[in-house]
Structure formats: C-alpha cells, structure tokens
Design a protein around this ligand. Structure first.
Ligand code: CMC
Length: 447
C-alpha cells in the first residue's frame, strides 16, 4: 500500500463560496498574504487576518532570542539565560546578541575598548538637558536625548552601510549610561560626572550616577555585579512592544538613534518597562503584611492589577524573575532588608496558590523583584524604566541590524478593518444639528 506523505500545507474551504485553496505551511506558519486569494467575488479585496496586539502574528524570522513561554525558557543565541546570568557579563552578552557568537578574549577586549571609547557625549548635550524642567521624568529625558543623538551623527542615516552600523552600535551602547546618569543628575540638580575608564561598564555607570566629591568612586562589587546581571536579564526579549517599535520605526529606513528612541518611548508605558516602578507604588500602597489579603481581593474584583505579575508569552514562572529573586537576597545582605520584600514575598505566596492567578497562569515577571533591588541600590523610582532601557539597548540593536539585513522585510504597514461611515457629503456648520455634549466638552477645553 502506498504511504501518503503528510503535506506541509493548509487546505481552507470558504463556506461563503464553497471554494477551497491550499496554503503552504513554512516553519509552522502560513503567510497571511496567501489568504488574500480567498475572495467572494473578483473585486473583493480578499481575506485579511485580524489580530489586535499581534497575539498570533509573527512579524519576522529571527535568530536572536528563543522563548518557550509554557516551559519558562529564555535563550540568547541558544545560550540559556541562567548560564549567561551566572557566567557572562553585560558587555559580553551584548556582543553575543549583536554578533551572534560569544567573543574570544581578543575580540571582547576590542569590543570593550570600542564601547569605552564612545562614552562621552557632545558638549552641547548638556545645553539640551538644561532645557528640561527640574522635575522632568528621566525616561522622558532619555527618549529626547537618544533621539537628539541622531542630529549629532548625520552619518547614522547610512543604515545600509555595515561599517556605519557598527559605529552607531558602539556609540549607542557607549553613550546610554552617560545619558541615563545625566538625566538623573539633571533631576537632582547635581553636576554631571564624566566617565571613568578605570571602571567596568556597569561600575562606570554607578560612578556617573552616584559620585559626589570623592576623587575615585569605588562601586560596591556585590551591587555592581547584581546590576550587571540585571542588565543581562533585560538585554533582549524577542518581539515585545518596544522591540517591535524599534523594528517598526526602523523599517522606514530611519537612523538607529531615532528607532531606539521609539523603543524607549514604548518602554516608558506602565504595562511594559514602567511596571517595575508600578510594583513599588503598589507595595507602598499595600503598606503592611496585614493588608495583603484585602489587596489580592481587590485585584480579583477587577479594581486593579497585581503589577509585576502576568506576561503575554510566559504562562509559567518567568525565568528572569527566578534569578532576580536570588539577586534580591544577595543585594539585601549588603544594603539591609527592605520591609517591602516581605510584602512582595507574601503577595507571591498567596497569588501562586490562588485560583484566580493559577487559572490565568499569572506568575511573577521580570519586574516583580527588580524594582526592590534598584531601590535598595539607591535608584529613585523614576530611574527604573531607564535601567530597563539601558539593559535592552543591545537587544534592540541586534534586532534592528537583523531587520536591516533581512531582504524579506518591508516597511511596517498593518491593514485595518474599516467600520466607519460610508461616503457622505460635507454639511455646512450652520446647518449641522446641535450637539450639547460636544459644546460642553469644548467649553471645558477653552478654560
Ligand atoms: N493582575 C491581575 N489580573 C491580570 C494580570 C495582573 N497582573 N495580568 C493579567 N490579568 C488577567 C486579566 O485581567 C485577564 O483576565 P480575564 O480573562 O478575566 O479578563 C487575563 O488575566 C488575561 O490578561 P490580558 O490583559 O489579556 O493579558 P495580556 O497578555 O494582554 O497582558 C500583561 C500581559 C503583562 C500586559 C498583563 O499581564 C499585565 O498588565 N501585567 C501587569 C503589568 C506588568 O507587570 N507588566 C510587565 C510585563 S513583563 C516586562 C515586559 O516585558 O515589559
């Protein structure tokens, strides 16, 4: 008997017309453009895929980061996040993400030197910073200053040129800590601190943040390593909101500074990079262990979310959260235990047993404990998303480079399902019906 080979295709029958068509399956996906052949009439536009929030749409093929959300697996270029967190450092991980392989000693030395060589910003940047109000959110400043870098480096527009891309990568990874620290010091009214080449990437950042009158700032090695590992854990996370923004904006062919500024803007939102800040606000609001059960009840009643819990992809414990929880204990040994840690541990304990969270597969994510660590290290709350952005820059750059080199990529341009008015004629203002609600609204606006 002849064996029937399974076909790598999907047969779709359109019940409106009774017609069938066969659509190829490649890498476990169909190309939604293939659905366009499904039409009820020759002038029909063809079938679209409708997917708000891209719940089931792959926007690219990628070789950078692998996540299995059900099993709680995260790998950069094939290397498990647990191994990188234990054995690598942030600059080496950045190299891995961007170049695809771990560097040998010589390559790592050159890479580190090149990044160190790009930590200074143009002197005009301080004037630019002066324009921000004293209470400007550092993340808003970071979005603005990264975008402004594109005006200092006109050569960055040459995105098709590999040498130019390499230079912009060094500039971006080199200058982000400087801009991040400047944004903090601006808000504090402190003088800016120049980079110190004797320190590690992360040690230098701590120096630019916290150095006061001492000749040489000596970072606490436990805190320096903890922050470096946190940067590793944040370095990439495949096609999340900010990375998709970098790719979306980058798909227009704009320079990487503008694309990365867009990524920062996306990361600023409370559902993305702002969640670690929101966790601290939540813990403060809860205030004491006694209030935890009532707070959990209010979340279940739909009065708010348990910030730092839940993830679009992880339907299991976020592997980064596991590592961060361990780091939290190491950091608190140095800095003293935050009373909020106990509230967080109790929230986690209850949530992991509670039907509401269990049924929805809501587990702690990367933001649940990271805010507590940042706070213990002395970072103000509004610096938290900035720290997330610093860690994420190599991932954004790796994804941007992959996109620029991908001949299949086109300018990002989703379709829509138009449900608005059909064509209608313009009505002169004198003859339009009065709308009292609108008038009231406009009245308020004028005030
Ligand atoms: N607390 C309480 N309920 C939640 C939470 C939460 N944190 N997250 C999701 N749910 C519920 C939600 O109400 C919904 O319930 P129902 O089915 O009864 O309507 C269900 O779980 C599914 O939620 P969803 O909003 O459809 O899930 P999503 O995949 O669109 O959202 C998320 C993912 C991260 C935006 C969401 O879980 C959330 O808002 N979490 C809190 C904010 C947070 O911690 N964000 C950091 C994400 S990790 C860092 C990053 O990558 O940026």
């Amino acid at each position: 008997m002849a064996v029937i080979e399974p076909k790598n295709s999907l047969t779709v029958t359109d019940n409106r017309t009774g017609k069938s068509c066969e659509i190829p399956i490649e890498n476990g996906a169909i190309r939604t453009i293939d659905l366009r052949q499904i039409k009820v009439s020759p002038d029909d536009f063809g079938l679209l895929g409708y997917d708000p929030g891209y719940m089931n749409t792959a926007s690219c093929k990628s070789n950078i980061t692998y996540i299995d959300g059900d099993k709680g697996i995260l790998r950069y270029r094939g290397y498990p996040i647990e191994q990188l967190a234990e054995r690598s450092n942030f600059l080496e991980t950045a190299y891995l993400l961007i170049k695809g392989e771990l560097p040998d000693k010589e390559r790592l030395a050159v890479w580190t030197y090149n990044i160190r060589n790009n930590t200074l910003t143009h002197a005009n940047m301080t004037k630019f910073l002066d324009g921000f109000r004293y209470d400007a959110h550092p993340m808003g400043i970071l979005v603005g200053t990264i975008g402004a870098l594109s005006t200092f480096y006109a050569d960055a527009k040459d995105v098709a040129n590999e040498e130019s891309r390499k230079l912009q990568v060094r500039r971006l990874i080199g200058k982000i800590p400087t801009l991040a620290a400047m944004s903090y010091r601006h808000s504090m009214g402190f003088h800016y601190v120049l980079p110190d080449d004797d320190l590690s990437y992360t040690g230098n950042f701590l120096s630019m943040m916290f150095k006061m009158t001492e000749m040489h700032y000596k970072p606490n090695p436990v805190l320096e390593r903890a922050l470096d590992v946190l940067f590793i854990l944040h370095a990439d996370h495949e096609q999340n909101c900010s990375t998709s923004s970098v790719r979306g904006v980058g798909s227009s062919g704009v320079d990487p500074f503008s694309a990365i500024a867009a990524g920062c803007a996306a990361l600023y939102g409370p559902l993305h990079g702002g969640a670690n800040e929101a966790v601290i606000h939540m813990l403060k609001k809860i205030g004491s262990l006694d209030n935890v059960p009532a707070f959990i009840k209010s979340v279940k009643d739909g009065e708010g979310r348990l910030m730092g819990f839940g993830h679009r992809v992880y339907k299991n414990y976020d592997p980064r959260a596991k590592i961060i929880k361990e780091i939290a204990f190491q950091v608190f040994e140095e800095t003293g235990r935050s009373p909020m840690l106990d509230i967080a541990l109790e929230l986690e304990r209850i949530a992991l047993e509670d039907e509401y969270f269990v049924n929805r597969k809501l587990y702690p994510n990367v933001d649940f404990y990271s805010g507590l660590i940042y706070q213990a290290m002395g970072f103000p709350l509004d610096m938290f998303p900035v720290l997330f952005a610093m860690g994420r820059v190599p991932g954004w750059l790796a994804q941007w480079i992959e996109q620029v080199k991908d001949s299949e990529q086109k300018i990002a341009r989703p379709r829509q399902i138009y449900l608005g008015e059909d064509e209608r004629n313009y009505v002169p203002i004198e003859t339009r019906p009065k709308n009292r609600v609108d008038e009231q609204k406009f009245g308020i606006c004028r005030l």
